[in-house]
Design a protein around this ligand. Structure first.
Ligand code: TMP
Ligand code: ZN
Length: 421
């Protein structure tokens, strides 16, 4: 590992405190989307420390190591899933944002981390003017080809100023599953504040730390996800940067997320009761003190050991096992649980960029679904956030006696017609 590829966090990016509680330490793990070309299978692979800590002051759950964003995002193999679940979710986001901010009639929607432009196409359909911002040049080009204007850049205060000068102020600045990837949140929030119209809303969708802990979604911990937020932590962060939390909605996507909006503190918006209720709930459930995080760490270690035992037991009994969905979280799960080609014959995934390559660190070959000649006896569901959609799609596999191993919150095996419902 070259030392300038990683920055170790000292002060909390939300509140500046240096008082940390250790939560989980996963050792050194390769990058979650660092799929390996088969020709390079023998080359040494970079791995980076993966460890989460909780700030004792504001309860930000943070990684200790920040990998250089250029390594992660300049060429990005993660493409927004074209699944039914995601399409439905994106329409919900348009509805919720439309309710919160008036977007019809040509209001400007700027999206950070706009990927291939899917979400912005839905906003355009609803009558908004749209502009994407994404540092992945390969993806920004795809978005442009689909008619979504996209700046191939990181969103920061400089980009925000440039956008305001060229396109005017924004009614909505949206960041879906990107804000938690950002180290210098202060600069992004300064940019957002400047680019927002008076009535505009800065809206982010982030995994909710409460869901992470309750659902034991420890595999969503990987280098790209620098922060895991409570609403209380976000509220504090926004206030520090001249923004006021306006509304929040809990959503099922990616294992439990929140869509949180903030407006300029000097603007017309007031805070909805939903925000206050969630903050009170976090305090009441113990999320502002050490105990919850200590217990989380212990549960992760137990569950991991249980999953490894279950999969190895099936293999030892002569069953064939493969992975379903070479998801980024699958990288954490497989590396952490020590599962690789000894247990999994292959991993099937619908993303063309991943097919024909090997899973990071564990080197399980990724196959397109149509290239799976003989389905295994069991699929380890690495894309468990799409469980319902996948089980519905795979009724033939289930009816033929196949089973799905769902890894979290505790390893369970789902078989037969019941699983498909
Ligand atoms: P994500 O949770 O980060 O979107 O990753 C899910 C991965 O699972 C992604 O690589 C696509 C893959 N996938 C399939 O292979 N089949 C499916 O039916 C679905 C919904 C996802
Ligand atoms: Zn803090």
């Amino acid at each position: 590992m070259s030392t300038d590829a990683v920055r170790f966090v000292t002060a909390c990016r939300v509140c500046g405190s240096r008082r940390w509680q250790e939560v989980v330490s996963f050792g050194s793990v390769p990058l979650a989307n660092g799929f390996v070309d088969a020709a390079e299978a023998d080359a040494p692979e970079e791995a980076y420390p993966l460890e989460a800590v909780s700030c004792r002051e504001c309860r930000l759950l943070s990684l200790t190591a920040v990998v250089d964003p250029h390594l992660l995002y300049r060429t990005y193999s993660y493409v927004t899933s074209d699944s039914e679940t995601m399409a439905r979710h994106m329409r919900t986001v348009v509805e919720l944002c439309g309710e919160r901010a008036a977007l019809a009639g040509g209001g400007l929607v700027v999206e950070l981390g706009s990927n291939t432009g899917d979400q912005l196409l839905y906003f355009r359909e609803a009558g908004a003017r749209v502009l994407g911002v994404d540092p992945a040049r390969n993806l920004a080009r795809v978005a442009e080809d689909r008619g979504v204007p996209t700046l191939p850049d990181y969103f920061d205060s400089a980009t925000a100023r440039e956008i305001a000068a060229t396109h005017g102020k924004a009614s909505l600045i949206l960041g879906r599953h990107v804000f938690a990837h950002i180290d210098d949140v202060a600069d992004v929030l300064a940019g957002a504040r400047e680019l927002l119209a008076d009535h505009g809303l800065f809206t982010i969708e982030v995994p909710y730390a409460v869901d992470l802990v309750e659902r034991l979604a420890f595999d969503t911990i990987y280098h790209e996800h620098l922060s895991y937020f409570l609403i209380s932590t976000l509220d504090r962060l926004f206030a520090r940067h001249g923004l006021r939390t306006v509304d929040v909605e809990r959503l099922a996507v990616h294992g439990g997320s929140v869509l949180v909006s903030a407006g300029r503190a000097d603007g017309p918006w007031r805070t909805h009761d939903r925000v206050r209720d969630l903050i009170a709930g976090e305090r009441a459930a113990g999320y502002l003190s050490d105990g919850v995080y200590q217990e989380f760490g212990a549960r992760v270690r137990r569950t991991c050991a249980e999953l490894t035992r279950l999969v190895r037991g099936l293999v030892a009994d002569g069953h064939r096992v493969a992975g379903y969905g070479a998801s980024a979280k699958g990288t954490t799960l497989l590396n952490l649980c020590g599962l690789g080609p000894g247990e999994l014959e292959f991993c099937t995934d619908t993303t063309p960029q991943k097919q024909g390559r090997l899973t990071p660190g564990t080197h399980v070959p990724v196959l397109a679904p149509q290239d799976v000649r003989r389905p295994p006896d069991y699929y380890l569901l690495l894309a468990w956030n799409y469980a319902e959609e996948i089980m519905r799609k795979e009724t033939a596999f289930l009816e033929a006696g196949g089973g799905f191993i769902v890894p979290v919150p505790e390893p369970t095996v789902r078989t037969g017609a019941v699983a498909a419902r």
